[in-house]
Ligand binder design. Structure first.
Ligand SMILES: NC(=O)c1ccc[n+]([C@@H]2O[C@H](COP(=O)([O-])OP(=O)(O)OC[C@H]3O[C@@H](n4cnc5c(N)ncnc54)[C@H](OP(=O)(O)O)[C@@H]3O)[C@@H](O)[C@H]2O)c1
Length: 327
């Protein structure tokens, strides 16, 4: 490919765009060219507010814009697979928000379309690109913790925004899809293997989604994972990695900043380890540029996304049936 700068289009005026836009603007290999909305007025107003050169009055119009190279898909979860596939069929590469899809079959359909049309599709788990995550993996792999035994993770925040897409079961709402997906992804990334068996409990809210989820994961080699996610407690996020010799505490695992500390606890003593970061959303933007311009594999493969979705589905099945589920 002879291009050096990729044109991006935002598929909707989603709130999360605000996090991606500064990263796109900071990237030398990216240009934010267009935004699309279901409503012409909101597309025009959004383009004005965010100084985006082009406003498309439908999602279809963005997909047929020949100058768009990469589509960012931040639609409600139930539309991730449908619009990612439509974008790929229109010849676009896609950075799609987490969760990539709501079933393994949907991930397989995305992978088939991406393969057929020779396009890159990657799930936007931004924390995976941050130096802190690399540092944590390096510490675990160095054997500093001894043998990894237990991983614990939490991601919760208080959600009371009426009409939020996260409350709607038909849109793939629920705390496990929205934030539980992070500690699940984190544990799988650190262990570098898939869970063999899971068990879950959920607290179901008035709209029928899990407002809280509590999960257990059994990996091979006697490694165990536990996590919780919730919409009914104040913001809380953390990872704890317990080894046979030491424990690593990560206070900001999913939204690390520019200058954070992680803590190594050994023999009752705590050592702070400083980790310099980058803008949280820059990594996924540069990863797409590497994949499209240089032909590199995206950091988050579709097989990886498939395994995360499979784990979430198994946990939901467990919570619904009240039994452990093998993967
Ligand atoms: N990685 C992260 O840090 C992060 C953070 C937050 C959210 N997310 C993910 O990003 C996605 C969007 O979350 P958000 O909080 O930004 O959502 P949001 O503000 O509710 O935006 C969703 C957008 O989808 C469009 N849309 C199309 N069909 C819709 C429908 N039937 N109902 C409602 N909206 C519809 C709307 O745009 P138009 O009206 O313009 O068409 C709407 O603005 C989710 O998948 C979420 O998991 C990721």
């Amino acid at each position: 490919m002879s291009k050096t700068v990729l044109n991006w289009g935002l598929l909707s005026t989603a709130r999360i765009n605000r996090a991606l836009i500064p990263a796109l603007r900071a990237s030398k290999r990216s240009h934010l060219l267009a935004v699309a909305s279901r409503s012409a007025d909101s597309a025009d107003a959004y383009a004005r507010e965010w100084r985006i050169p082009r406003a498309h009055h439908s999602y279809e119009a963005l997909l047929v814009d020949p100058e768009i190279d990469i589509v960012y898909n931040p639609l409600p979860n139930h539309l991730h697979a449908e619009w990612t596939i439509k974008a790929v069929e229109a010849g676009k590469h896609v950075l799609c928000e987490k969760p990539l899809a709501l079933s393994v079959d949907e991930v397989d359909a995305i992978a088939a379309a991406a393969h057929k049309h020779g396009r890159v599709v990657a799930e936007a788990f931004m924390y995976r690109h941050h130096p802190q995550t690399d540092k944590i993996r390096e510490i675990v792999q160095s054997g500093t913790l001894g043998e990894l035994k237990l991983l614990r993770g939490s991601f919760a925040f208080f959600l009371d925004r009426e009409g939020d897409i996260r409350f709607d079961p038909a849109m793939g709402g629920g705390s496990i899809w929205d934030v539980g997906c992070y500690p699940i992804s984190y544990m799988r990334t650190i262990v570098e293997a898939e869970p063999l068996e899971v068990f879950g409990w959920q607290a179901v809210g008035p709209t029928g989604i899990d407002v809280s989820f509590f999960g257990q994961l059994r990996f091979g080699d006697d490694i165990y994972g536990q996590f919780d996610s919730s919409f009914v407690t104040p913001f809380h996020s953390r990872m704890e990695l317990v080894g046979s010799e030491a424990t690593l505490i990560v206070p900001k695992p999913f939204k690390p900043g520019l200058d954070d500390e992680v803590f190594l606890v050994r023999d009752g003593k705590t050592e702070a380890i400083e980790v310099k970061g980058i803008d949280l959303y820059s990594g996924e933007v540069e990863d797409m540029a590497d994949a499209v311009l240089l032909g590199k594999h995206p950091r988050i493969s579709l097989q990886d996304s498939r395994a995360n979705v499979a784990t979430i589905k198994a946990l939901l099945e467990s919570a619904n049936k009240g039994v452990a589920v093998r993967l």
